[in-house]
Design a protein around this ligand. Sequence first.
Ligand SMILES: Nc1ncnc2c1ncn2[C@@H]1O[C@H](COP(=O)(O)OP(=O)(O)OP(=O)(O)O)[C@@H](O)[C@H]1O
Length: 246
Amino acid sequence: MRVDIEQVTVRGIITDITLHASNEVVGIVGPNGSGKSTTLRCVYRALKPDSGAVLIDGVGVHKRQHIARDLAALSQESQVEFDFTVAEVVEMGRLPHERDPARDRRVVAEALDTVDVAHLSGRSFLSLSGGERQRVLIARALAQEPRVLVLDEPTNHLDIRHQLEVLALARSLGVTVLTVLHDLNLAASYCDRLHVLDEGRLVASGTPAEVLVPELIAKVFHVTAHVVRHPTTGVPQLLFDQEVTP
Ligand SMILES: Nc1ncnc2c1ncn2[C@@H]1O[C@H](COP(=O)(O)OP(=O)(O)OP(=O)(O)O)[C@@H](O)[C@H]1O
């Protein structure tokens, strides 16, 4: 599915953001407070832009019916307030779909397995560690079988193995993935294209190699970066000097 963010403005927070994603992994990076989550919130309808539009396959998200069948979001607000078991939380991902008990059970079991939380399925969600919770919320999004997956810092709380697994998984789904990432090296490794936000504006777009260059990193993040090639994948990776620039 295609996601078009067209000249989206949320007053005082983001200005004139235009970006597109279609059956690829698109990353949004930028400093704290630059408007990344706000941009995603306009996609999963937690926020209505003051101007501009977000279209999914050409239809405005606020006009689109049954959006939960197409789009799943892991947001900063994704939380579970009540004392559900892990299995129940993941089963919630099936709610947008017509009931089909055998298929629902299979999809939920697969989702639990894929993010390595099947052994927790009887546990109370509220008793889990931060990383376990994050993986269960990712399993819930997978159980939704979305065609657009919106992820706000999906690697939050995850150890390095699970960070790599979750991003590899997002790539392997073959759906449109729009993700905010803080780790620029993970963004370079797993995203087809990157968009950089700074103070609510889009300041660069392109492949990781095009975007993650020392001049831009210095301007936007106020740090000095050196670009090296990953010895086995050849993907650009950044090494940072310890001093920050004013
Ligand atoms: N509802 C709101 N009312 C007022 N200001 C807001 C609101 N939501 C976000 N902001 C402000 O807008 C700016 C952008 O917020 P946003 O959460 O989109 O940034 P971000 O790039 O995702 O940041 P982070 O990397 O810290 O998660 C921040 O300064 C934030 O305080």
